[in-house]
Design a protein around this ligand. Sequence first.
Ligand code: MG
Length: 241
Amino acid sequence: MITRLLALTALSLLGASVFADHHEKSAPAKKPPANSNERARPEVITPGTASTNDQPGQPPSDAIILFDGKNLDSFTQKGSPPKWKVENGYTEVNRGGEIQSKQSFGDAQLHIEWATPSEVKGKSQGRGNSGVFLGGYCEVQVLDSFENDTYPGGQASALYGKTPPLINASRKPGVWQTYDIIFHAARDDQPARITILHNGVVVHHGFPLGKKKDRWNLRLQDHGNPVRYRNIWVRELKDYR
Ligand code: MG
């Protein structure tokens, strides 16, 4: 009888501790109100500088640098070191297949610069085609869309096959262009969303990308055209709600 009582007591204590554990995990600490002086101060960083056509800008001080013009050490190509050309501060697609970042991300701000060949060859999807993939979520199309007609869902800055951009903000072939991309991962109550600025202009805002919660690796497409990339960095975003 005593043994049975001891066993029951042990079981109920175990149950209580499992419950307490579960309870602690499901109840996040309450933050002081936004206007309270008790609220933690946002981290201080040094903002970056804008790029010019001749020179990439400086990333913000808290950015994770994926490519600064020197090497592709932060990327792989079919599991090996990438063979894309690196020279004069940029890397160039060279028909060896796509490259992929080693690191994966959730909520994040991505900055990337690209230029299609200054010598115009081909038309429609055959002109300066590459792409910025956020894992399996989407391809942000890279294309020479300056006076080059194609189907809207496949033009520069389109979410390829999902939706065209709001406007065509393309620069001339050979001129450096920027994408600033904000990715908001899915939560239990809302889908993943993406906001994109092409050359500083909003082309997508809060576009829903489904409810999966995968992290994403940055992948750059090899579509057979010698498109160039430079100044690639990511900032991981904290959940601040
Ligand atoms: Mg493409």
